[in-house]
Design a protein around this ligand. Sequence first.
Ligand code: ZN
Ligand code: ZN
Length: 234
Amino acid sequence: MHTTPTPCPGPCNRAWRDAEHTGLPHDYTPAWGQPVHCQTCQDRTRADLAELPELLAAIQMEAIRGTAKPADVITSRPAGVAPWPGQASRLLVDHILGGLTEIADDVRELRGLAPRRAAVREGTAVTATVQFLAAHLDWLLDHHPAAGETHERQSGNPAAQIRAFNRTAKRFTARDNRMEQKAAPCKRCTWRALAFADGADYVECRNCGLLMTPAEYQDWVAEVAANTPNRNAA
Ligand SMILES: [Zn+2]
Ligand SMILES: [Zn+2]
């Protein structure tokens, strides 16, 4: 059976989707799904998921130590309720583990599998849930009802959710600091907020979330330079 290829719904195609949205001619080419997500997005989702047990353990350690954390990570605390030490860590673990458990329960229901047995310890629950999701990752990426949803904010796509959990956890544990700041302004929001994260596949805007491949970034730099009076400026 030969099927028409569809563009990957992942962050790799964000610039392409933006360009398509304008309805104007452009020279972006999309990354094609294999069959839904492209190979890069599949590999990245697998890596994001694999990192979560260690990241969650680090966040749990913060909860035990009760060290102060940036207030912007958790916004669900009702106004007027004083935080307790380690509260932000506690809420974040609940948020991420709760989210992963929900995806896993979804898989069990949709695939007609036996319901999960409740784990006694949180660490055991984390390990079991991540292992379960890793075993069903190909199905999540190809066949989950939301697998084709683009990964923009609030996406129900499980790959986007796993990505978001990983990113939030890394921001909380301050492991996203090894960023190489880029000089050119963002193509979408014009902020000077483009950065290349350690080990990342994309140049990312820290303001609006635009992702560009290194090749797209190079083209953009050339375009910026061509439109700058002093050609050496970029
Ligand atoms: Zn992709
Ligand atoms: Zn931007």
